[in-house]
Design a protein around this ligand. Structure first.
Ligand SMILES: CC(C)(COP(=O)(O)OP(=O)(O)OC[C@H]1O[C@@H](n2cnc3c(N)ncnc32)[C@H](O)[C@@H]1OP(=O)(O)O)[C@@H](O)C(=O)NCCC(=O)NCCS
Length: 169
């Protein structure tokens, strides 16, 4: 049985693992190793995730996790980027557990929070150009491409294009 719940301090190690493993699996063909290692070090370290599960606000609604037999198999979260605009900031799964509907359940939980608690009426997500493990998922969930922009994060002078997708919620 898979449960989607709001993450707490007990889930920090599990979130770090699915996000790091998921990041490697997603970007190893398109991004350099140094870039991937830099992102994982900055974003998916224990201290940062502990803060992110304990200090939440409208701008960062905290992590939601998919848990099966006490193991974190997926994690995601988002927050408001404008008055009525939500965004999914992060979404990763155990790479062996894709296409079982788990990502949809996590996105549904984030979306419910953004609509009901934060009054969002639209939702955004940034996806790296060429990320064929993410783009078809968002398109299947009704997101449409709005525009391109230079990827945020710049490690060793590398920068990647990201695509901004959008949907009404
Ligand atoms: C994106 C991700 C979280 C989605 O979670 P998931 O549990 O695999 O997705 P689900 O099983 O809930 O849904 C998959 C949907 O995408 C669609 N889909 C998946 N791959 C597809 C493909 N190659 N072509 C067309 N549609 C595809 C499926 O048809 C399905 O839609 P449906 O339910 O309408 O049939 C997961 O695949 C993942 O971890 N990807 C790598 C990390 C990533 O890219 N994260 C996003 C970074 S912004």
């Amino acid at each position: 049985m898979i449960h989607i719940i709001k993450a707490n301090a007990n889930h920090v190690e599990g979130i770090a693992k699915v996000c790091s493993d998921g990041y490697w699996a997603t970007y190893k063909e398109t991004h350099s190793e140094a870039y991937i290692e830099g992102i994982i070090k900055d974003f998916y370290n224990h201290d940062r995730i502990l803060k992110e599960v304990t200090e939440t606000s409208k701008e960062w609604g905290g992590y939601f996790v998919a848990v099966e037999e006490n193991e974190v198999i997926g994690a995601g979260g988002g927050g408001l980027v404008g008055d009525r605009s939500g965004e999914i900031f992060v979404l990763y799964l155990n790479p062996g557990r894709r296409n079982e509907g788990i990502g949809t359940k996590i996105v549904d939980a984030i979306t419910k929070q953004q609509k009901e608690e934060f009054n969002a009426t639209e939702q955004w997500v940034s996806v790296a150009k060429g990320n064929q493990k993410g783009i078809p998922f968002y398109e299947a969930r009704g997101f449409v491409l709005d525009h391109e922009r230079d990827g945020h994060g710049n490690v060793d002078g590398e920068s990647y294009i990201s695509l901004r997708y959008y949907r009404k919620i």
